[in-house]
Structure formats: C-alpha cells, structure tokens
Design a binder for this molecule. Structure first.
Ligand code: G6P
Length: 611
C-alpha cells in the first residue's frame, strides 16, 4: 500500500519521480506528491487523485519539472486522514527544511504528536506520518542519517521511509521496518523505492534493505547501517524482469494483458519443474530431502484475498493427491488465533507480492512455533520470500492490475506441482504421477482455447452487466474457484457477488433468488456435476437466470441454463485453471461495460501492507 520513489543524480528529478509513481500507482492512488531539493531549497507539488493530476500540477509549476537535484515522491492509499492535498506526502517539519515520504503506520503517533505540539510544532495534516518529519528535524545535529535513526527510535509501528533535507542536497536517507525499501544502483545516479517496478527502466541491480536497516544514498555512494549506527553489508541482487513486462502494450488494461499472458506465465511456472522419468515435480527452491518431505503430517496454508483462494484449491490437491491433512487460514486469523503447529506441520504462506502485512505476520508466527515453512511468492526478494528462506517462485512476472489474475493461476499450478511431489513422495505411483504431470503440461494449451472465446464471453457479459447481485456456485475444487470468480466480479465491477458452495445455497442464500439474482454455476463435467445440475434447477425454479461453465460439447447442462461458457475437457484437478480464466474474462467485460476503473478499482490496493 502506498508507493515510494526517490532519485539522486543528473536527470531532472521530477520526471524520474513521476515516471516512477506511474509504475507504482497500483499500490495506491488516492493522492500523490513529490519534493525536490535543488538550488538551496525544497520545492514540492501535491495533487489529489491519480498521478496524472500531479504530473499536471508539476507541469504548471514552472521550474520544478526541470530541476536537477534529488527528490522523493509518494502515491498514497489513505489510512489516517482523508485523501486530500494536505494529507498527501511528502510531509515537512516546521521549518520546511526536511521532507519525508512514509509507508506503514506510526502506531504511537498521537502520543508523539502531543509531545511535539507541546514543544511548539504545528501540524498541517491528519496523518500519522507527519510526526516523522518533526521528529527528524528535532533530532538533527548536522547528520541526516543519525537524525533519522534517532527519530525512528521513538517510533513504534512500521515504516518504509525516505527523507531529504535542504541541508543535504543530493542525499536521500531511507529506512525500513516492516515495509519494504529497495535501493536501485545506477551509474552516477541512484534510486530508492518501495518495490522494484519503478526501477526497471533504469537498473537491474538492487539492494534490498532488511528490517532495521537505514542508508544514506547519494549519486555516488551508499552508506548502509543498522539502526544502532553500525555499518552493515547487503548483497547486490540482480533482477531478471524487464521493463516491457510492466507496460500495457496494445491492451486497453493491464488486467486484460495479464489474463492473456496466462498461457506463458503458466509455462514459466512449470518450466524445468517436471521430471517425467520419475513422474514427479522438481522444486529445488524448497531445499527439502525426500525424507524430510515424508515426515510432513499436516499442512497449513495461509494467505489473503486471491492467494487464500488459491490455497483453498491447494487444500483439495494436498488431501486428494498426497493424502496429507490440510487446512487453509486467512492469514490475519492465523496470526492472532494462536494456531497449533506440531513438529511435522508444514506451513505454506502464499502471497503474490510477498509483502502483505498479515501474511508476513503469519510467517513469523509459524516460524516462532517451529514450523517448516515453504513460501509461494511471485516477487523475488520480497519480505515473505526472504523470511521463509525456502519456497517456490511463481515466475509470473510483474502483476500490475490490482485484481490478481495470472498470479492466481500460477499459484494454483505451483500448488498442483507441490501436491504431485508430495503425492509421489508417499502414495502415488510413477505412472499416475506422470499422468498428472502430463495434464499439468497441457494447461497452457487449455487456457489458449478459453482465451479464443473472449468475444463470446464478452457477449454474455454484456447481457448481465446491468445486474446488482450475482451468486457463484461450485463444488469440489470448483468451490474455491467460485469464490475467486465472485471476488473478481465484485473487485472490478462493483457488483455485489457472492461465492457459495452449491450445497450451501439452500441454507440461506436461496431466499434471495429471483429474476434479479443471476447465478454463475460451475458445472464442468467432473465428479459432482450431477449434483450441480440439481442445484441449477433449484435456482431456475426461483426464476434466477443461470450462466453455466460447462465442458465443451456437454449438452446435459445446456438445457437448464440461459447462457453457457464452454471449457475444454480436463480432469477435476485441472478444471479450476481454465474455469478461472473464463470467470476473469467475464468479470473484466462486465466491468468494461459498466465503465469501471479496471486496473485500479476504488478503495483497493495491490499489496495490503497494513493490518
Ligand atoms: C490485495 C489485492 C489482491 C490480493 C491480496 C493478497 O487485496 O488486491 O489481489 O489477492 O491483496 O495479496 P498477496 O500479494 O499477498 O497475494
């Protein structure tokens, strides 16, 4: 949530900062601001709304756009205080000599603010972040890094912080605790940011700060310390994403681009991970021996949003394929519920960003209880990937659209590979393992076939775009698929949509059904289909229009539905993947029809870094 970019070097700072904010906008987009230190002063611009509004403000502000110097910028997702220019970052101290941008939450800000106000500081905003600017100014004795460290010692909560000062032209000070900061290394220039997306056009070499790290960055130097002011060394990591994958190309929205990328992203998730000779999966990043795998007696999956839904699909895989008792926890619930972790419990945190606050906390809770942890993340070097130590990367490339699409399907595929490995490690024989491996390899082809039907799905979507409510129902692995389909619809089209187990419909929701409440029934030709047909008839009897996802050529469901979306034939384990792609397209085209902000839906953010 919220994005930070900072720059020091010979380019006009504001244009680097605005370009960076555009690439970070998916993290928050209710207001934005920047500050540039040049010519002995700090100049700033702020605007409510998208980064475009800030760009216009900078263009209208004369020299600011062309100033060479160093600067910091921020795009905000409001926590404390409404979206407004005064609440937009950067925030300044009383004298205007220090400016900060901050991600995270200062938990003791009310107490700090009272102290600072008693000492004569005047606050301009309602944010928790503003206290940081006043604290740094109060601690300043000629050294910006030490003043920042001293200020942060008084703070409880989380921060990814960037600071500039009129007294230190060309210097950025950054610090991290619980909210990521990465330094991008350039030639005669350096960058700081809250994630790598804005750095991609400029550099492939980065340093990830650890919690408790603080650094002074100039165009030529990086002075890296811990909060106790002791110098520390951090590795330089190489990024293999290229800038092009974070561009929209010819697609009208990132979401549509990412939906259409899925045949390739799934190929990337599978590549090099199947061993046909042994009929198993190769997942080296887990670093576990066959013996260690065989000792696992229970699996707990933790995640939020779409990642939790992927986990719910995984639950079927681990139980059915590997015979290991599995449960899925909303990560926030896991962290606060004092979960039971036995010696042979495997915890699998799932997170596209690797930065979701509740999932990070779940990893820490699991680690404290001695669990074996293997994480599924997309963003390389992210907090969860690093703290878990072992894991499997999704290789889906940057996912920019706030609603998750390609990361979700990659998570499901990787969970299936994981279940194959654990299955072969216990009850699955080589031939059955190989059969599943071949099915997994066929997934990209199945998804290509679904994508070819986009025009037809669009037509169906147009017929339902006026609805205010929608139910999604499924059974087995298609039950969590229904939850994910409903989530996509509500996220981007603002239609109230609920996913239910088809059998649960009769336990309450059926009372709502009438001609204004359509039902999306996942009626693929896999075990459970006959029961779903019964459920569809129950819906029809209440006059609900029914759209069904069916297996190509299966006429047994068609007669009971108003519209059908056909999916190529595949087994029950594979069915969630092509079905999800069809549901993504359905949600997307409904949102297009309703004229919604698809890539950045209201009130949402790509990574939720607060509880
Ligand atoms: C936010 C995003 C969702 C995502 C969830 C979990 O709510 O809008 O798309 O599924 O966070 O994010 P993670 O990065 O942990 O997968």
């Amino acid at each position: 949530m919220c994005g930070i970019i900072g720059y020091t070097g010979p380019r006009p700072a504001a244009s680097v900062l605005i370009d960076g904010l555009k690439r970070l906008e998916y993290r928050g987009y209710d207001s934005a601001g920047l500050a540039v230190v040049a010519g002995g002063r700090i100049q700033q611009a702020k605007a409510v709304g998208k980064v475009k509004a800030l760009e216009e403000a900078v263009a209208g502000s004369g020299a600011l756009g062309s100033l060479v110097g160093c600067g910091i910028a921020h795009t905000r997702w409001a926590t404390h205080g409404v979206p407004s220019e005064v609440n937009a970052h950067p925030h300044f101290d009383e004298s205007g000599n220090f400016a900060i941008v901050h991600n995270g939450i200062v938990e003791n800000y009310q107490e700090l603010r009272r102290h600072l106000e008693a000492r004569g500081c005047h606050f301009r905003s309602q944010t928790d972040s503003e206290v940081l600017a006043h604290l740094i100014a109060g601690a300043y004795e000629g050294d910006l890094l030490s003043a920042t460290a001293a200020a942060l010692e008084q703070v409880s909560g989380t921060y990814g912080l960037a600071v500039v000062s009129r007294h230190h032209p060309g210097m950025l000070v950054v610090a991290r605790k619980g909210s990521p900061i990465v330094i991008g290394l350039g030639k005669n220039e350096n960058f700081v940011a809250s994630d790598i997306a804005p750095l991609l056009p400029y550099t492939r070499e980065v340093i990830y700060l650890n919690d408790g790290d603080i650094a002074a960055v100039t165009a030529e130097t990086i002075d890296l310390r811990n909060i106790k002011n002791v110098p520390v060394e951090r590795e330089v990591a190489k990024i293999d994403w290229d800038a092009g994958v974070a561009e929209k190309g010819n697609f009208p929205h990132f979401m549509l681009k990412e939906i259409f990328e899925q045949p390739e992203t799934i190929e990337n998730a599978i590549r090099g991970r199947i061993d046909h000779e042994m009929g198993t999966a190769l997942l080296n990043g887990m670093n576990l021996t066959a013996r260690e795998l065989a000792q696992i007696t229970r699996i707990v999956i933790a995640g939020c949003g779409s990642s939790m839904h992927a986990g719910l699909v995984g639950e079927y895989y681990f139980e059915d394929i590997a015979g290991i008792s599995t449960s899925v926890e909303q990560a926030a619930e896991f962290r606060y519920r004092n979960p039971i972790i036995e010696p042979n419990t495997l915890v699998i945190p799932i997170s596209q960003s690797g930065e979701t606050a509740d999932t990070i906390a779940a990893v820490r809770e699991a680690a404290a209880k001695g669990a074996l942890i293997t994480a599924l993340c997309n963003v390389v070097g992210s907090t969860i990937a690093r703290e878990a130590g072992r894991g499997i990367y999704l290789h889906a490339g940057p996912e920019i659209s706030v609603a998750s699409t390609k990361a979700f399907t990659s998570q499901v595929v990787v969970l299936l590979l994981y279940a194959l490995l654990l299955g072969r490690n216990r009850r699955l024989n080589r031939a059955d393992g190989n059969e599943l491996a071949c099915e997994i390899e066929a997934v990209p082809g199945l998804i290509r076939q679904v994508l070819k039907q986009a025009p037809k799905i669009r037509e169906i979507a147009q017929r339902y775009a006026h609805c205010d409510d929608f139910f999604y129902i499924g059974r087995g692995c298609l039950y969590p698929t229904a939850l994910e389909g409903a989530l996509k619809l509500k996220e981007i089209s603002y239609i109230h949509a609920e996913g239910y187990h088809a059998a649960e419909l009769k336990h309450g929701p059926i009372s709502l059904l009438d001609e204004r409440h359509p039902v999306m029934a996942l009626a693929n030709d896999i075990p459970g289909k006959d029961k779903i047909i019964g459920n569809i008839q129950e819906c029809r009897a209440r006059k609900s229009p029914v759209v069904a996802v069916i297996t190509e050529g299966d006429d047994s469901v068609r007669a009971f539905t108003d519209d059908v979306i056909e999916i190529p034939a595949c087994s029950r384990f594979i069915a969630p993947l092509p079905t999800t792609v069809a549901l993504q397209l359905f949600a997307y085209y409904i949102a297009v029809e309703r004229g919604c902000e698809i890539d950045q839906p209201r009130n949402l953010a790509k990574s939720v870094t607060v509880e």
